[in-house]
Design a protein around this ligand. Structure first.
Ligand code: ACO
Length: 431
């Protein structure tokens, strides 16, 4: 009975419950089922959220069938081409592109929060040098709540704004520190005269003994990569941030939760997994065997960087990244980069294979990003860190949006209990 209203009826046709239809600006219409349990005693069952909208949002729109991704109405390709990361951060946070004056103020606010508390250095020093930088990120970002007590009151809109600026501003510094620690080099202070991406490269690759000049091609490419990763509506990590935030946890703790969720290879860890996979395949002549292994599913091997819960068409971010890949490899004098050639061939073969065609599996954002980052000299373990850095802007925007909702409630999913029914406790001698 799918009309503009959905009815739940009993055997005699009596209406038990009516669900109204909510219509967004774009995208599928939504049945409002919030009152279902109260009126009928039933829950819905949707593990993995295949058919469930968990919130209202005005930030990012995806049409996975058409391969569309928009931030605040702007196509991702257009933003990657014409905008820059901090302008996109402003757009995500505030809803519109800034005028000159507003943008100058925003830049000032972000850039003047780029340093971290000196005491935070001791957190890094407590880690083993071979710790995965994502482990460090989860901990250090969570630890920010122990340092910035004046931006922890989530009910104060000013403090929320300061916390959001701090997070966006400090992520490059913390990310670069995680890298420097892993290679035993001294931490490099941020340089506020540089762009957001340029400053990140500076803090990662400069050393006190040398003059470091940011490569403009790498800077531009990195900036675009950050734009492409800035937000992606209610993915696993963003939903984690919202879920944590719904309990009124402080913003630093919420973003740390998001980083933990992003770390997994089914989500943000996939770009690292793609490079590992390409290295394992090793040569074009091994692609066929690898694809067979993926298809027979016995070994549980997946073609990493392919497939997406929402995109059943080309991921528009992968398209932009393939182009950036050419530019960066040319600049790095790696035009005949064997991993890139391998990836192009792998993509071609997969896209013409029935297994992938039938399941609408296309390259996603992670398929090419690792090759670009590696050509820029960024080590594999830092890939997901850079993803988390970019996504912090989206997480913060989504968290702010949630905190501004008048009727916010703690998120508390229910379950289909399949465990043992009630039984009585038995003394250990009688079991
Ligand atoms: N390689 C091989 N088969 C795949 C792949 C893949 N990469 N992705 C999906 N499939 C197959 C599944 O085996 C399944 O086949 P079946 O219908 O025969 O059972 C079908 O396609 C549907 O797959 P699901 O796992 O149900 O799709 P879901 O939406 O749950 O998963 C995911 C999406 C996790 C991204 C998946 O495609 C995947 O594991 N991809 C590889 C990892 C990856 O690249 N992740 C990055 C995603 S983008 C991001 O998070 C930034």
């Amino acid at each position: 009975m799918l009309k503009k209203e959905l009815y739940l009826v009993d055997e005699s046709g009596k209406r038990l419950c009516v669900f109204s239809v909510l219509k967004g600006t774009e995208g599928p219409e939504v049945f409002d089922i919030g009152h279902l349990y109260k009126e009928t005693g039933y829950f819905t069952f949707d593990p993995g959220f295949f058919s469930t909208a968990s919130c209202r949002s005005s930030i990012t729109f995806i049409d996975g069938d058409k391969g569309i991704l928009r931030y605040r109405g702007y196509d991702i390709g257009e933003l990657a081409e014409h905008s820059d990361f901090l302008e996109v951060a402003y757009l995500l946070l505030k809803g519109n592109l800034p005028g000159e004056e507003d943008f100058a103020l925003f830049l000032h606010q972000i850039k003047h929060h780029s340093m971290v508390h000196e005491q935070l250095i001791y957190f890094f020093k407590g880690f083993r040098r071979d710790a995965h930088p994502m482990a460090i990120m989860v901990s250090v970002v969570g630890a920010l709540s122990a340092f910035y007590h004046d931006s922890l009151d989530i009910n104060d809109p000013k403090q929320r704004v300061i916390a959001s600026h701090r997070l966006i501003a400090k992520m490059p510094t913390i990310s670069a520190m995680a890298y420097k620690y892993s290679i035993g080099q001294p931490f490099i202070f941020p340089k506020n005269s540089l762009s957001y991406a340029g400053n990140l490269l500076h803090m990662m690759f400069a050393v006190p003994a040398e003059e470091y000049v940011v490569n403009p091609v790498f800077e531009k490419a990195l900036d675009k990569i950050l734009i492409l990763h800035a937000d992606h509506e209610q993915n696993a990590s963003t939903s984690t941030v919202r879920l944590a935030g719904s309990s009124q946890a402080n913003p630093f703790a919420c973003i740390a939760a998001g980083i933990a969720s992003l770390w997994g290879p089914a989500h943000g860890g996939a770009n690292e997994a793609v490079l590992n996979m390409l290295n394992e395949i090793g040569h074009k002549k091994n692609i066929k065997n690898f694809i067979e292994k993926v298809k027979n599913k016995k070994d549980g091997v997946r073609l990493m960087g392919f497939g997406h819960r929402v995109y059943k068409n080309y991921d528009p971010r992968a398209d932009v990244l393939r182009k950036i890949c050419h530019e960066v490899l040319k600049e790095a004098k790696q035009e005949s980069n064997s991993l890139f050639e391998l990836a192009l061939e792998l993509e071609k073969i997969a896209l013409s294979d029935q297994y992938f065609i039938e399941r609408n599996l296309y390259p996603n954002v992670d398929f090419y990003s690792g090759i670009i980052l590696q050509a820029m000299g960024i080590p594999t373990t830092m890939f997901t860190v850079l993803f988390s850095l970019a996504r912090t802007t989206g997480w913060v925007a989504q968290w702010m949006e949630m905190m501004e909702e008048p009727d916010k409630r703690i998120s508390r999913p229910r379950q289909l209990y399949e465990g043992t029914a009630h039984r009585n406790y038995k003394d250990i001698n009688n079991r």
